[in-house]
Design a protein around this ligand. Structure first.
Ligand SMILES: Cc1ncc(C[n+]2csc(CCOP(=O)(O)OP(=O)(O)O)c2C)c(N)n1
Ligand SMILES: [Mg+2]
Length: 332
């Protein structure tokens, strides 16, 4: 019984495919460019046997080896997903003047399919992230999920840009925010040197200024102490930038590293704070900002105080000046 059902389903699927895969009707020589592109799109979906990534590090905007039904291989380069700027070594691509061919269209169709799968996985991951973000929501020091969520709530309708690396904040912006444009994130420093964060944020905010973008810097405390003078630069040049301190009162990466080494070697992880924490005395970053001429608030320890403080600081930034909020945070 089951087998018959499967057979029937297969037969129906075959019939459906015959209709779906039917080529667009040929128009003779009086075809428009749109007809010709449609024909190649259809052939791309039905006549490509295999697609191999040639640059695994560039899985979308990279090169692909495409095998067509005739058994020939062609090299396709994808530069855009809306069909312009892509190339292929086949004669059709060279001669037709359309900027596309069935090999390019075949790769684009495969990428779209893969994109749909990735989008579904992304939606699932975001749901999970929102559940995880609820842990320690009301805790003080403030959780980095809460900090990122409160920020997102107030920037999501703006043309925003995150101008700091998110590794030190456990990737929470990446898990909760919608990074839908290339300029939403500047990424990290590559070589990993501390002291890069604050100056890079100010530089990126300067680049964003002429586009009217809202620059957000989630700033670690250790990093700011390398080159705090850049706060003055931001004020002097009236660079709109919201800096929110991820002030865990430590070079926490180092705390964790020393804890790990001490534990591995049985050498007293309880002393890992020596030389790695920034306490006694605590550093007052609101005052530091003010000393350089910047609007500064804090320390903010109660997560309930965060939203109104972000609003006040954003009002300043939208008027074209930098502002800093000192938030006392969980280590990670
Ligand atoms: C120039 C330089 N000095 C030292 C280090 C080693 N180092 C890596 S992370 C880190 C501490 C970072 O502290 P902070 O900026 O407050 O971030 P946290 O880990 O506390 O979130 C240090 C000192 C480095 N990477 N580069
Ligand atoms: Mg720190």
């Amino acid at each position: 019984m089951g087998a018959v059902k499967v057979k029937n389903r297969r037969a129906t699927a075959r019939k459906a495919r015959a209709v779906l895969d039917r080529p667009p009707p040929l128009q003779g020589w009086r075809t428009t460019d749109a007809d010709e592109v449609a024909l190649r799109r259809w052939r791309g979906r039905t006549e490509i046997v295999a697609i191999e990534e040639l640059e695994p590090k560039q899985p979308i905007f990279g090169a692909f080896r495409v095998q067509s039904g005739s058994g020939s291989f062609y090299e396709v380069e994808i530069r855009s997903l809306d069909g312009s700027g892509n190339s292929c070594g086949c004669i059709d691509h060279r001669a037709n003047g359309l900027g596309t061919c069935k090999h390019v269209e075949g790769v684009l169709a495969a990428l779209q399919q893969r994109g749909a799968k990735i989008a579904a996985a992304h939606r699932e991951a975001r749901m999970q992230a929102m559940e995880t973000a609820a842990f320690g929501w009301d805790s003080s020091p403030v959780s980095l999920a809460r900090l990122s969520a409160e920020l997102w709530d107030q920037i999501k309708t703006e043309d925003w840009s995150l101008v700091s690396w998110q590794g030190f904040v456990s990737g929470w912006p990446g898990r909760l925010w919608d990074f839908d444009k290339h300029y939403r994130y500047i990424g990290g420093q590559g070589a990993g040197a501390m002291g890069y964060g604050a100056p890079a944020a100010v530089g990126a905010a300067l680049a964003n200024r002429k586009h009217g973008r809202l620059s957000i810097n989630i700033q670690t405390d250790g990093d700011l102490n390398y080159a705090p003078g850049v706060l003055w630069t931001a004020c002097h040049h009236k660079i709109p930038l919201l800096t929110v301190m991820h002030n865990n009162r430590a070079y926490h990466q180092e705390v964790m590293f020393v804890q790990q080494m001490a534990s591995e070697r049985n050498r007293g992880a309880d002393r890992a704070h020596i030389g790695t924490t920034l306490r006694e005395p605590n550093i007052d970053y609101a005052k530091m900002a003010q000393a350089y001429g910047m609007y500064g608030e804090g320390p903010i320890e109660n997560p309930k105080d965060l939203a109104p403080a972000i609003k006040r600081a954003l009002d300043r930034v939208k008027r074209g000046e930098p502002a800093l909020l000192d938030v006392i945070t969980q280590p990670r």
